[in-house]
Design a protein around this ligand. Structure first.
Ligand code: GDP
Length: 297
């Protein structure tokens, strides 16, 4: 993750603000115009940018800021606070049932987004927290996906469940829960099929699984490198299937930051984790405040 261009541009704006002893309303407006351009170039959603700039402006052109001791610094602080708020303010934890119950997590996303890898990454995190996860392979269309999940389960030393490719995903999901009961697993992570693009069949399959079993957390994995496409995908999944949280994968390769900055605001759903690499340990909790500080440099 290196939002160099965005960070450089914002730093430049801030340098100018700091350099001025006094600030007029016009100075602030001119600076915010540059912030707006920088965010748009970083592929942040247009509406989000507009709303963000107007929130900052509303707070920054007040008498108390402009007549304050260090107006430039105050404006920068407001930008930081509003950017943190944009990404959800608080860190959202993955919600789990008490340890003696089975929490069911359904992973969804487009093919190649990083769903299978992320399922195993989450299983590893939960295992470290003392849970006993079971990874269930419900992608019956790609045998390679089942193998990949199995290999990753072995690497993470967590339990794995598959019924091959001839049984429906709904049946596999139900059987996975039976298996978890027998085996003492308290988390079932259901890995579902992805397609290259959103289609009705994929959405229906996810809804069918949700109808047949009680899913406690539906997590969507989207590829941060796809910018606004990732945000659109998230909106559609949320509308059609309903999601509880988002994981932005491939943040290590994202040089712009548009998805991280827009997803929460557009979909209303929090980012729980960010994928920072291909290794199964490369999954980080998402902290809106730390991300804002990173972006602002
Ligand atoms: P799925 O089709 O959604 O299940 O996607 P996969 O889990 O198979 O991931 C697709 C590719 O993306 C694989 O090569 C993964 O190693 C890679 N990948 C997944 N997450 C990340 C990440 O956070 N960073 C990087 N650099 N690569 C990732």
């Amino acid at each position: 993750m290196a939002f160099e261009s965005l960070t450089d541009k914002l730093q430049n704006v801030f340098k100018n603000l700091r350099g001025k002893g006094r600030l007029s309303e016009d100075d602030v407006k001119a600076a915010l115009k540059e912030v707006k351009m920088a965010l748009l170039e970083a592929d942040v959603n247009f509406k989000v940018v507009k709303q963000f700039v107007s929130s900052v402006q509303e707070r920054a052109v007040g008498e108390d800021v402009l007549n304050g001791l260090n107006p430039g610094q105050m404006v920068i602080k407001i930008v930081n606070e509003e950017m943190t708020a944009l990404m959800g303010s608080e860190t959202t934890e993955l919600k789990l049932l008490p340890i003696n119950e089975i929490t069911v997590i359904m992973m969804c996303g487009l093919q190649g987004a990083g769903k299978t890898t992320t399922a195993a990454k989450i299983a590893g995190k939960l295992k470290m927290k003392g849970r006993k996860p079971l990874l269930a392979a419900c992608d019956i269309y790609r045998p390679a996906a089942i193998d990949q999940l199995k290999i990753n389960a072995e690497k993470q030393q967590v339990d794995f469940f598959s019924m091959g490719t001839d049984v429906s995903p709904v049946e596999i999901a139900k059987s996975a829960i039976d298996q978890a009961k027998k085996n003492g697993n308290n988390v079932v992570i259901v890995d579902t099929a992805g397609r290259l693009q959103i289609d009705e069949a994929m959405m229906k399959e996810l809804c069918d699984i949700k109808e047949a079993i009680e899913v406690h957390q539906s997590l969507l994995v989207v590829d941060a490198m796809t910018g606004q496409d990732a945000v659109n995908v998230a909106s559609q999944f949320n509308e059609k299937v309903g999601i509880d949280g988002i994981i932005l994968s491939k943040m290590d390769g994202d040089s712009r930051g548009g998805a991280a900055l827009s997803t929460k605001s557009v979909t209303g759903k929090p980012i729980l984790y960010v994928g920072m690499g291909e290794k199964l340990s490369d999954l980080e909790q998402f902290y809106p405040d730390r991300m804002a500080s990173r972006i602002l440099g």
